[in-house]
Ligand binder design. Structure first.
Ligand SMILES: Nc1ncnc2c1ncn2[C@@H]1O[C@H](COP(=O)(O)OP(=O)(O)OP(=O)(O)O)[C@@H](O)[C@H]1O
Length: 307
């Protein structure tokens, strides 16, 4: 099998006494966009900072292209481009000056620097702003400059920590488009706390909560991960809620007004049939019954509670 571009093995990190991440392991095989999803404080930045060699882990290993970041930190970093949550921009430099400086930091040979800067600006569509001070660019364009510095040395892996945070909706669309383009040639790992983001652009989702990896799979698998566990029922002649809760298999419920109820069950088998039969028997006049399809947001909320 092809060697993983990223291999994370039993990674844990502790800030003083508090564990930020614990026992995280995963492999990233090939190109595409890999989403790292988690609520604020879940441990995304800690994981990314360790993967990119900005933070030294308490325990475990990270291999980039087969190279252990602990044993060969400088070499391993050559394979990675990183846009941290707070981009390391020099706002008093022009776009071109800043990217030239980044190219040297990335040890691009002097003779190749100009071309690398041109290519990165072109890719990120900022060439027309080359002479502009970064401080005078909009948030969206500053983020483009941040992405340009992350790809200037043509890394196999680009790690973007919350790349669309703080941008307006148009800028978000444009940056997502740019990320997709970048992922055509290399692997992109991006972190986000927005489900819509992973839905919109990621091929694979990993979810981290309270420092633990709680899910890894495709967007569809993520959607199906939690089996629905509630019915939405409309009864024209509804009995009191208490009576509905007596039905075998129903474990909880709520009245939603307008003759509608949400009834929770543990096992879907037979529960709808029993409801229909009882409704006929007791003349509740069943108008509608359906297994509730969970939104990704509901799944997210449930997964968040898991660990
Ligand atoms: N330098 C630090 N010192 C102490 N604790 C820290 C430090 N950095 C992060 N933490 C804690 O570690 C945990 C994980 O934080 P981390 O920043 O990795 O999460 P995150 O998922 O990136 O969240 P956010 O999206 O809010 O940045 C949090 O409880 C945070 O308070």
């Amino acid at each position: 099998m092809e060697e993983a571009i990223v291999k994370v093995v039993n990674l844990s990190h502790r800030y003083s006494v508090q564990w930020a991440i614990q026992g995280i392991s995963f492999d990233v095989q090939k190109n595409g966009i890999q989403g790292l999803l988690g609520s604020n404080g879940a441990g995304k930045s800690t994981l990314m900072n360790i993967m990119c060699g900005v933070l030294r882990q308490t325990d475990g290993d990270v291999y980039i292209n087969g190279m252990n970041t602990k044993d060969n930190p400088v070499e391993a970093k050559r394979f990675i481009g990183f846009l941290p949550q707070h981009p390391p921009l020099r706002i008093d430099l022009t776009v071109e000056e800043y990217l030239t400086y980044c190219a040297y930091l990335r040890w691009i040979p002097s003779a190749a620097v100009k071309e690398a800067v041109e290519e990165a600006m072109e890719k990120c569509k900022i060439t027309h702003f080359r002479k502009r001070l970064i401080r005078n660019l909009s948030g969206g364009y500053q983020q483009r400059v941040g992405i340009a510095q992350a790809i200037i040395h043509k890394p196999v892996l680009v790690v973007l920590d919350e790349p669309t945070n703080g941008l307006d909706p148009n800028q978000i669309v444009e940056i997502r488009h740019l990320i997709k383009e970048i992922a055509e040639e290399r692997t992109v790992i991006l972190s986000t706390h927005m489900l819509t983001e992973v839905q919109a652009i990621c091929d694979h989702i990993r979810m981290i909560e309270e420092g633990h990896l709680v899910f890894s799979g495709t967007v569809d698998e993520f959607n199906n991960y939690i089996v629905p566990n509630s019915l939405l029922v409309t009864l024209k002649q509804a009995p009191p809620l208490n009576e509905l809760l007596q039905l075998e298999g129903i474990v909880d419920g709520e009245e939603m007004g307008d003759h509608r109820f949400r009834l929770s069950f543990k096992d879907v088998n037979g529960v709808v049939e029993r409801l229909v039969e009882t409704s006929v028997e007791k003349k509740w006049q069943l108008v509608e019954v359906g297994v509730e399809k969970k939104s990704l947001d509901a799944i997210f909320a449930e997964l968040s509670k898991k660990k």
